[in-house]
Design a binder for this molecule. Structure first.
Ligand code: PLP
Length: 390
């Protein structure tokens, strides 16, 4: 039987993840210092783990309501109001999901008809394009530029709008660049959403991880945005809970109900143990993530300084835990740089092209890595850059 012929045609438009491709080279190599995977280097804070352990001891192992535990949704509502200045009704405007990943998938599938366009900024998180395609939509990437510190220009957004545009998808701070959008520009993009009657999906997964005393501003807080926005957030990054697979979507009831239609059949509910852990995470709030955030800020300062000193062009990103240096001075593409650095020094970084073509001259380094390993990785990169520098 030719199994290839049996596959959905829709899948033929889906590339293999550039990150996955690259990490197959690293798997099983204990000698490698990895700045590759985008996740915290620390385990989930102990009180959060303990809450989950206690729940298991009590035998709390059932399904929950499709929307998620009510006490968690109440907690999310309070947290979102405090952080984003927008209030959502826990009964009909909040859906607990299996990570932001599921929330994104539901949001696209809930609104897209074949041919509907979604504008998003690139370089971006690898799953945006494929998730849009799998929802039968058409992704319209806008390339952001190193000279703008990879922020998005509202004028570029307006040029990309067509009669088929349905959604503008944003992610600030951004994976893979760490870019933070200036509030004035965000306000202009909000005005475009209103002017052209567009939906906005805002992926806020790094919103707690901001540096230089910046305060997070979300597009949802601008006039006319709450009614057209799906706010996506989760516990993976700020609370170091990647493996718990827990996120949520906040949206007006009509949008949330449409997402719920899919979720109730495809996922039923997010895992109860993770939901209970998340309740504890929200109770702790900044007490849980602030020590990690401060430590990332120190590491960011160190890495940005070292990369620029060795001659790479690396802007100082305002958030998340990534730097995105341009490696052109070596005469290598980001991909060649990553492959050769791995081969010569056993340091893994991700080729920027994995996040879109405008990242082709860059590499992504995740600095949520133990400080002693970061020092070793920077020392190795310095030797590597010196050797290859044109
Ligand atoms: N959105 C962005 C921008 C990410 O960087 C990631 C993971 O790296 C996700 C979503 C997925 O998050 P989750 O673990 O909540 O599914």
């Amino acid at each position: 039987m030719n199994l290839e012929n049996k596959l959905s045609r829709q899948l033929s438009g889906i590339p293999r993840s550039g990150i996955r491709d690259f990490f197959e080279l690293v798997i099983g190599r204990s000698d490698v210092i990895s700045l590759g995977v985008g996740e915290p280097d620390k385990a989930t804070p102990w009180p959060i783990r303990e809450a989950a352990i206690r729940s298991l001891e009590k035998g709390q192992t059932s399904y929950t309501s499709n929307l998620g535990l009510e006490s968690l949704r109440v907690g999310i509502s309070g947290y979102v109001e405090e952080h984003f200045g927008v209030s959502y009704d826990p009964k009909k405007e909040i859906l607990v999901t299996v990570g932001v990943s599921e929330a994104l998938d539901l949001a696209f599938r809930a609104v897209l008809d074949p041919g509907d366009e979604v504008i998003f900024h690139q370089p971006c998180y690898v799953s945006y394009g494929p998730t849009i395609t799998m929802a039968y939509g058409v992704g319209v990437p806008i390339n952001t530029r190193l000279e703008d510190n990879f922020t998005l220009r509202a004028e570029d957004v307006e040029k990309a709008i067509t009669p088929r545009t349905k959604v503008i998808a944003l992610n600030f701070p951004t994976n893979p660049t760490g870019a933070v959008e200036p509030p004035e520009e965000l306000e202009k993009i909000a005005a475009l959403c209103v002017k052209y009657d567009l939906l906005c999906f805002t992926d806020e997964i790094y919103s707690e991880l901001l540096y230089d005393q910046a305060k997070h501003v979300s597009i949802v807080s601008f006039p006319g945005m709450r009614e057209r926005t799906v706010l996506l957030h989760g516990f993976s990054k700020a609370f170091a809970m990647t493996g718990w697979r827990l996120g949520y979507a906040c949206a007006p009831p009509v949008l949330l109900e449409a997402m719920m239609k899919i979720h109730q059949y495809c996922m039923l509910c997010a895992p109860i143990t993770s939901q209970i852990a998340a309740i504890e995470a929200l109770k702790l709030g900044a007490t849980a993530y602030e020590p990690m955030r401060q430590s990332y800020e120190e590491r960011r300062n160190f890495v940005v300084k070292r990369l620029n000193e060795m001659g790479l062009n690396c802007f100082n990103p305002g958030g998340a835990f990534y730097v995105f240096p341009d490696v052109s001075c070596t005469g290598l593409t980001g991909r060649e740089f990553a492959l050769q650095l791995l081969e010569e020094h056993s340091v893994a970084v991700v080729p920027g092209e994995a996040f879109g073509p405008s990242g082709a001259t860059c590499v992504r380094c995740c600095y949520a890595t133990a400080p002693d390993l970061l020092v070793k990785a920077m020392d190795a990169m310095e030797i590597f850059v010196k050797k290859h520098r044109k």
